[in-house]
Write a protein that binds this ligand. Structure first.
Ligand code: PEP
Ligand code: MG
Length: 578
């Protein structure tokens, strides 16, 4: 009898995979406290160092054997992990614990891991919280090296057509397993913003994450169907179910071929409207994937990544160098640099140790609120962005605006920075466009006021949905309420589009909704002409754009918005758009 489990589906062009399950015993180890005799301390330190070297060698080997054409962000994950292996927080602190407390190496490392993870767990910002995964993965690599020879499962070298089921997987695991022929993944942990999810999307493979107890429920060798679109894993499927999914795989392969054929075709609707398809990036290296997928530029550069894994913020010069490498990589295409959207709590602790931690960090001092409060943090970034604007089409974007006072304060700081740069004889674009993210319901309602004072707006649906529906985007237990089609969300999006159109300024969307092809037609029908998304989603979206007829979509969207209060949105959406 077919058995189904549910989780969070991750899919790009390949949504479905059928294969034999392989249970990989990876993931968090149970490390028990253990002390060593005093005379063993230096030998234990040596054992820890050896494990560090082994972990480093393994990561380097993975880095070297990346298949050609692998997206830059994958190699940068590994580079980040290599850097973390050398960070004293991981490479030195456990040695101190071995020496001062006579802890066994595994336990010393685990204690250190617990401290680091606690810090990350307290952070509000989801991108910083994904750094927690990095800590877990790097520590996991060292633990595996420490446990060598203790009988932990290793994956066989040939796993062709297998679906790996594991508690958790590191980015390095995923690349290695993909090279061994693995066609899909099922993990017990990880959300849609985890590195595992990003990698699965980036490599174009199906995955379902967050399937509770998958390692206990599924058996090695049994046939599995992974439906990354629906977030479903089916075990022991009936012949009919199998046939249904085999058909889907055939359709999927045809679709991929079609997408590749259309790589160089412009994103123009049937009725001749050019749609701008932009990329969301986190590092200048992501420009490679941006160009490979023929993006029209970058609609969101999340600069907080530059501030991660370090104790001091990047200097103005360092930032300038980073921004310029992105500007030059883009060859004249626009680069939208978002000012720091850092979670507030950690910075408060750093800058003012007497300040109590926020009980509700998502509603606390984050993004522009934090930047305005910490000019020492903010001004070097404004200077660097302005200076980068001298050499390309740079646009500055302000996150999390909630009221006009914040905007005016930011604009005043920008003006002051321009005057300083002029006095110092440093070049910048005096008319650099300045835009704002609309991601708080109050800002959407007041979008007309923001539109009057800004050069462009961009809708951040990840936060807009979170704040409109009071659904923590990181909390798995309320994930089912995170609904882009909720009438209130759509009404706020519509208000924002109207406000920008009335003010005659460009309006784009850069939340995950913009990169989900399911919603492309609705968004076009609602009037969006610019969408910014992870580079891997560009081809599929371009295809939807090319098949779209705007006058028809406009009518459908209007019908949807008029009727959405009287019918369940999902039913109505299916009726009108599929
Ligand atoms: C958003 O909130 O939709 C957005 C794009 O910003 P982030 O996901 O970085 O918070
Ligand atoms: Mg946001």
């Amino acid at each position: 009898m077919t058995f189904s489990s549910h989780g969070i589906g991750i899919s790009t062009t390949r949504q479905v995979a059928i294969g034999a399950a392989f249970l990989l015993q990876r993931g968090p180890l149970d490390i028990a406290p253990r002390l060593i005799p005093e005379e063993m301390v230096e030998a234990e330190v040596e054992r820890f160092r050896k494990a560090l070297n082994t972990a480093r060698d393994r990561l380097r080997a993975v880095r070297q054997h990346l298949p050609t054409g692998t997206a830059e962000d994958i190699s940068s994950f590994i580079d980040t992990h290599l850097l973390m292996l050398d960070d004293s927080a991981i490479s030195q602190a456990p040695i101190e614990l071995i020496r001062t407390h006579q802890y066994a190496a595994e336990w010393a490392l685990q204690r250190r891991r617990n401290e680091l993870v606690r810090v990350f767990d307290e952070m509000d910002d989801p991108y910083l919280r994904t750094r927690r995964d990095d800590v877990e993965h790097v520590v996991g690599q060292i633990q595996i090296a420490l446990q060598q020879g203790t009988g932990r499962d290793e994956a066989p070298s040939d796993l062709t057509n297998h679906i790996v089921v594991a508690r958790d997987l590191t980015p390095a695991d995923i690349i290695m397993l993909k090279n061994r022929g693995v066609i899909a993944f099922v993990t017990e942990y990880g959300g849609p913003l985890s590195h595992t999810a990003i990698l699965a999307r980036s490599l174009g493979i199906a995955a379902v994450l967050g399937v509770h107890h998958a390692s206990q429920l599924l058996r090695s060798g049994e046939t599995l169907i992974v439906d990354g679109e629906a977030g479903v894993v089916l075990a022991d499927p009936t012949r009919e179910i199998l046939q249904h999914y085999q058909q889907r795989i055939i359709a999927q392969a045809a679709r991929e071929a079609e997408l590749r054929r259309n790589l160089d075709l412009p994103a123009i609707t049937r009725d001749g409207q050019r749609i701008l398809l932009l990329a969301n990036i986190e590092l200048p290296e992501d420009i490679t994937a941006t160009l490979a997928n023929r993006a029209d530029g970058v609609g969101l550069f999340r600069t907080e990544f530059l501030y991660m894994n370090r104790t001091t913020p990047p200097s103005e010069e360092e930032q300038l160098e980073t921004y310029l490498s992105a500007v030059h990589g883009l060859n004249g295409a626009p680069l939208t640099i978002r000012t720091l959207d850092l979670g507030a709590d950690k910075t408060i602790e750093c800058s003012d140790p007497n300040c109590p931690p926020s009980n509700n960090p998502a509603l606390g001092l984050r993004a522009i609120r934090l930047c305005l409060k910490e000019p020492d943090l903010f001004l070097p970034q404004l200077r660097a962005i302005l200076r980068a604007s001298a050499e390309g089409q740079v646009r500055l974007m302000i996150p999390m605006l909630s009221c006009i006072a914040e905007l005016q304060e930011t604009l005043a700081l920008l003006e002051q920075t321009k005057q300083e740069l002029s006095r110092e004889g440093l070049r910048f674009n005096a008319t650099m466009p300045v835009g704002g993210m609309i991601e708080i319901p109050a800002a959407a309602i007041a979008a007309a006021s923001f539109a009057r004072q800004l050069d462009f707006l961009s809708i951040g649906t990840n936060d807009l949905i979170q704040y409109t529906l009071a659904v923590d985007r990181m909390d798995e237990s309320v994930n089912y309420l995170f609904d882009p089609l909720h009438p209130s969300v759509l009404q706020l999006i519509q208000m924002t589009i109207h406000a920008a159109n009335n003010a005659g300024i460009p309006i784009s969307m850069c939340g995950e909704m913009a990169g989900d092809p399911l919603f492309t037609q609705l968004l076009l029908g609602m009037g969006l002409r610019e969408l910014s998304m992870q580079p891997g989603a560009l081809l599929e979206t371009r295809q939807v754009v090319r098949a779209s007829d705007l006058p028809r979509l406009t009518r459908q969207a209007q019908a949807f918005l008029q009727q959405m209060h009287s019918k369940p949105a999902a039913t109505l959406f299916a009726e009108l758009f599929h």
